[in-house]
Design a binder for this molecule. Structure first.
Ligand code: CTP
Ligand code: CA
Length: 226
């Protein structure tokens, strides 16, 4: 591993990674979000940079330090994340590891909503754009390799196959987050890498190990075809 890293197989290649949650504002002090530490996305950005890639990391709010040698674009909402990703194009590979909020509040209040009066606010939601699907269908700007994630609690591989087809990406890292897998909040991940029709079952690995393996697979793919 270290010898291959030293060779810098991804030198000259450009990568885009999304990470963390997005925060969708309700008013100036409240938001809707998914749970995400950003650990996996940040680890992937770090691993690609160690292999020599020029990495842009577009991240929602996280506590994670910015990995060495990575250029960071910090965003809050899904709309901002999409715009930052489009600004980062063209790239050779995009890895979408962010836990993007599926919905945003249609009309964000400019002042803090007040409880007084006792009536509940009716939050009208709008669906957020799918960043992974947008990148996968970016026409002449489409990255040569687009990788998504799928965190599933049941029928992990079947759902991941359906997601890959629906979003038009090339690979999906399917993550078993069922309570029985012990994944959520834990240190080890049980993932399956779906490359088109080809399925690879990976052993339980730390997020750093998943990142390292994925970065190596990306390097082999790009350098092999490029
Ligand atoms: N994704 C994205 N933009 C969105 C929603 C998801 O880029 N608005 C990406 C995620 O980064 C991930 C993949 O799509 O790589 C799958 O996300 P997931 O939430 O599992 O898929 P959804 O299509 O949102 O389906 P659901 O949440 O209903 O399972
Ligand atoms: Ca979702």
């Amino acid at each position: 591993t270290h010898r291959l890293e030293a060779l810098g197989p991804l030198r000259g290649w450009r990568a885009l990674v999304t990470s963390g949650p997005t925060h969708e504002p309700i008013d100036p002090v409240r938001y809707i979000a998914n749970r995400s530490s950003g650990k996996q996305g940040h680890a992937i950005a770090a691993a690609l940079a160690r292999l020599g890639a020029a990495v842009t990391l577009v991240s929602g709010p996280t506590q994670e330090p910015v990995p060495a040698g990575v250029s960071i674009v910090q965003v809050e909402s899904a709309l901002d994340m999409l715009a930052a990703c489009q600004d980062a194009l063209p790239v050779d590979v995009a890895v979408c590891a962010a836990a993007v909020a599926d919905w945003r509040v249609k009309a964000t209040a400019s002042q803090k909503l007040k409880k007084e009066g006792g009536s509940l606010p009716a939050l009208e939601l709008a669906e957020n754009p799918d960043i992974l699907a947008t990148l996968s269908r970016a026409g002449r700007n489409r990255p040569a390799l687009v990788v998504g994630f799928a965190a599933e609690t049941e029928k992990v591989v079947a759902h991941a196959r359906a997601k890959l087809a629906r979003k038009g990406c090339d690979w999906i890292v399917a993550n078993d987050v069922s309570p029985s897998s012990g994944t959520f909040g834990g240190t080890n991940n049980t993932v399956h890498l779906l490359r088109g029709d080809t399925l690879e079952d990976w052993p339980p690995l730390s997020k750093e190990e998943v990142a390292q393996r994925l970065a190596m697979a990306i390097a082999e793919h790009l350098v092999g075809t490029g």
